[in-house]
Ligand binder design. Structure first.
Ligand code: SF4
Length: 411
């Protein structure tokens, strides 16, 4: 059996960056300076950085609750407070943890609680749940909540969609000026958008390196190393981090290091990760010599449109052109391009029970992709955070059968 790949060395730097991010937010919240803005993961982070806020992403906290498997313990607390078990389990895990007074940040960094928001800024480009989620905290702390109500299900992104979102971004500014105590500065926004673009270019390159055979990284590595693109985009640290990671991955490729030793099958992951079972799924697929080389989820932090010469319009485009905002025809074309480029022969659709927005299997897309592109497809039932909705045994049986079927087709 070929050797397991060496651990990715850049992980140490990433852990330092994440510690700095959370400790900085904790300090800001305790000292009242800079002001803290909560932002949805694909929200207008560039505007918030440009206004001088410390920016916190509750979805990242939701993922931490999932990865540490605290989520399943705290979700019932949110359910008891009236938040349905059927809605986003990032929301229910996060609200449940807050009501219980616990957070994974305590064990990781000695931080007692999530940073209190001075303002909450949402973008419904991904779903409506984020607005309801932020509204809970706005009521609890009696702080302002503002946001963008986005278009959804778009085929082509048209100029009137962009103009509408630009107008909504600009409407945020008076509240952000009042809360931060800073005047809006267009040059600062240009610089933040430039840094986000630099981050995007590097993150895209990291993901594209997985098109190599064998792939130097898998989706499971990407879910870890995407953290700087999620929480530090718009800051120089994210750009520096991806330079470091890219140099290491280039070396891996030069040395012929495979993320999945003896790689035989190349897969695409469509949908949310199962945060509490990343290791189990990674090991299982690795043993079957199947490498998940690309995913919609990790691609969601590629924002090609950013352009500092036109920061508002390019931000609006970037946040409207995302996969999750688009119609099924666009999504199928998108998956087609990636599977073709990455030599993928099978697609795993994760049907995440509490996130219909990121579960694209429910309207026969797997059947269309199988028919039109000759791909093997599998629907894996589960959830991003609520492990009561995920069966280890069933996942194991289904994945093993899926890879066996691919093996037969390849023979
Ligand atoms: S897109 Fe899904 S996982 Fe993300 S916040 Fe919305 S419902 Fe939750």
């Amino acid at each position: 059996m070929p050797d397991a790949p060496p651990p990715i060395k850049a992980t140490k730097k990433m852990k330092e960056l994440m510690a700095g991010h959370f400790l900085g937010l904790d300090q800001a919240a305790r000292e009242g300076r800079p002001k803290v803005a909560w932002c949805t993961s694909v929200g207008p982070a560039e505007l918030l950085h440009a206004m001088g806020f410390a920016v916190y992403y509750p979805e990242n906290h939701g993922a931490l609750l999932g990865a540490t498997r605290m989520a399943t313990e705290v979700i019932p607390t949110a359910n008891a407070a009236g938040y349905s078990p059927d809605i986003c389990s990032y929301l229910t895990a996060d609200v449940g943890a807050f009501l219980k007074g616990v957070t994974p940040l305590t064990q990781a960094y000695g931080i007692a609680t999530v940073p209190k928001a001075d303002v909450l800024v949402f973008n419904t480009n991904q779903c409506r749940d984020v607005e309801d989620w932020f509204a809970f905290y706005a009521r609890h702390w009696n702080v302002p909540i503002v946001g963008v109500r986005s278009h959804r299900g778009l085929g082509e992104v048209k100029s009137h969609h962009v103009a509408d979102v630009v107008a909504q971004f600009k409407d945020l500014i008076p509240t952000l000026e009042r809360v931060s105590g800073n005047k809006f500065d267009l040059d600062r926004l240009r610089e933040t958008v430039r840094l986000s673009k630099e981050c995007t270019l590097r993150w895209r390159r990291v993901l594209e390196l997985a098109s190599r055979t064998p792939s130097p990284m898998t989706f499971f590595d990407h879910t870890i190393h995407m953290a700087p693109a999620v929480v530090l985009r718009g800051l120089p640290e994210a750009v520096e981090y991806y330079d470091l990671l890219l140099a290491e991955m280039d070396q891996r490729i030069a040395d012929g290091v495979a993320a999945v030793p003896g790689e035989r099958h190349r897969l695409y992951w469509e949908g949310m990760p199962v945060w509490g079972r990343l290791r189990m799924l990674s090991d299982l697929l690795s043993e079957a010599k199947a490498a998940v080389v690309a995913s919609t989820y990790c691609n969601s932090w590629i924002f090609d449109a950013f352009d500092e010469r036109d920061p508002f319009e390019s931000m609006a485009r970037a946040y409207l052109e995302l996969f999750i905002v688009r119609d099924d025809e666009y999504k199928e074309r998108y998956i087609h391009q990636w599977v073709e480029r990455f030599g993928v022969k099978g697609v795993i659709f994760h049907d995440a029970k509490t996130c219909p927005n990121n579960s694209n299997n429910r309207y026969a897309m797997p059947q269309r992709l199988a028919r039109n592109l000759g791909l093997s497809t599998l629907v894996l039932n589960g959830d991003l955070n609520d492990l009561r909705l995920f069966s280890d045994e069933q996942a194991k049986t289904n994945l093993e059968a899926f890879v066996e079927q691919m093996e037969e087709l390849a023979a």
